[in-house]
Design a binder for this molecule. Structure first.
Ligand code: IMO
Ligand code: MG
Length: 435
């Protein structure tokens, strides 16, 4: 038997919402620490336990199991959202064991306003953001105007640096809306208070995490969004502002890549997409509606109905390469029940040619025609029947599903480590123990 890893990265291989939260929660049973390394409260990670549903936006999903959780330097933090999530966990009787990177950047109310206004201005190039201020906060970080959590918890630094950040954002906002008027003093008072509340969690997490890993602690790096939404290797400009893939782990935590274990890639049995940008395998018909209902494809963060389509293995193959993935988890197979035939996209045709690899440029992707392979679908079953199948393991899966999974495995040249056929932790089948 293969040696189990001490650290593992969990990343989405498509456009987010692959089920990273559920898998993180499942593997967290064997972990000491769960770390978020990029993104902010644009994420929506759902964990279901004994009929209780927990939805996290910034808190790592390991919090449900009262594991130690860390928000790394690569994240952007909306302090109010974080404090609400801490409070909700505590109200639910959970002990919160949290550490925050002193160098993670802070989201302010004007970042949210800039987000909304810039989206409108971008017209056909808008990404359909979550309007949580993610992009503008990362912009200010890169422009070196931004405030870190270290500044937030030191009122004198907060006061001094916020003034600058406020003025520059006000200038931007006034280009779009000259009537905008949020008072600096009020923002300062509000954020000073957040700083007081968060101070006890803030440390140098890079140093702390390296020490913990060196002493043998088991660590999960929980990705947010998905590889195809990543700023460098995704579908720019229709994605998010961080590296939502394994390359983001090192710079988002300060843990060097030689200490980061295998990367588990998460995919759904079909494609879903919130926001804008071409999706060649999109289903704008009754089959799409059926998958949306059966998969409950409505955004955790914004409630938007998600666009859905056939599984696109062609773009996922690109993500497998970027992440160095050898093992994947396939989620929501139950949501394809009662649909026959099923199709999987296995290539793109562009101007009469079959492309060799996913073309990354939106201007090309929007002109591509997906090439499909057909598969026989599986029948509808009750929730109880799916749970009992999960209980009995791989052999109990419908034959058609096994054929579908074999095709995924073969095309991507990976092992399928985990299969999920329902929302609960128990609806998970483990084929390979990697962590
Ligand atoms: P989880 O972690 C799906 C999408 C938005 C938009 C683009 C940019 O739950 O998988 P942003 O607010 O980040 O500037 O929006 O990225 N997006 C997501 N889509 N799941 C997510 O997170 C997402 N986070 C952002 O819809 O197209
Ligand atoms: Mg989500």
């Amino acid at each position: 038997m293969e040696k189990k890893a001490n650290t593992i990265g969990i990343v989405g291989l498509s456009f987010g919402d692959e089920g990273k939260g559920k898998i993180t929660d499942y593997l967290a049973q064997n972990a000491d620490i769960v770390v978020r390394f990029q993104g902010g409260n644009n994420a929506g990670h759902t964990v279901v336990h004994n009929d209780n549903t927990f939805k996290f936006h910034i808190m790592p999903s390991g919090a449900v199991l009262e594991k130690e959780v860390i928000i790394g330097n690569g994240c952007v933090v909306d302090p109010k959202v974080l404090l609400d999530e801490i409070e909700n966990l505590e109200i639910g009787g959970k002990k919160v064991n949290l550490k925050l990177s002193s160098t993670a950047h802070v989201i302010f109310p004007f970042h949210r306003d800039v987000d909304g206004l810039e989206e409108k201005f971008k017209g056909e190039y808008k990404a359909g953001t979550t309007k949580r201020g993610i992009g503008p906060t990362y912009s200010d970080k890169a422009a070196r105007f931004g405030l870190r959590l270290y500044d937030l918890i030191h009122p004198n630094l907060l006061k001094k640096k916020l003034e600058n950040l406020y003025e520059i954002n006000k200038k931007i906002i006034h280009c779009y809306d000259p009537t905008w008027n949020k008072e600096l003093d009020k923002i300062y008072e509000e954020y000073k208070d957040y700083g007081v509340k968060l101070k006890k969690y803030v440390i140098d997490t890079a140093y702390y995490l390296n020490k913990q890993i060196d002493s043998g602690k088991k660590v999960i790096f929980e990705g947010a969004q998905g590889t195809l939404l990543g700023i460098d290797h995704g579908f720019y400009p229709f994605g998010t502002s961080s590296n939502a893939n394994a390359t983001g782990i090192s710079n988002g935590t300060g843990v060097p890549s030689n200490k980061i274990g295998p990367i588990l890639g998460i995919i759904k049995a079909y494609t879903s997409r919130v926001g804008e940008g071409a999706v060649p395998s999109e289903l704008e018909n009754e089959i799409g509606d059926q998958i949306r209902e059966q998969g409950h494809e409505y955004g955790t963060t914004t409630g938007r109905p998600r666009r859905v389509g056939w599984l696109d293995l062609f773009n996922i193959k690109y993500s497998v390469m970027i992440n160095g993935v050898k093992d994947i988890a396939v989620m929501l197979l139950d949501a394809l029940e009662g649909i026959d035939p099923l199709k999987i996209c296995i290539g793109y045709e562009f101007e009469g040619e079959i492309l060799e690899s996913w073309p990354i440029q939106p201007e090309i992707v929007e002109k591509c025609r997906p090439v499909y392979k057909n598969f026989k679908g599986w029948d509808k079953r009750s929730r109880e029947e799916w749970s009992s199948i999960a209980n009995n393991g791989y052999d109990a899966l419908p034959n058609e599903m096994k054929v579908y999974l074999d095709a995924v495995k073969e095309y991507l040249d990976v092992d399928i480590a985990i299969i999920s056929i329902g929302p609960e932790r128990e609806d998970t089948i483990i084929l390979k123990e990697i962590f």
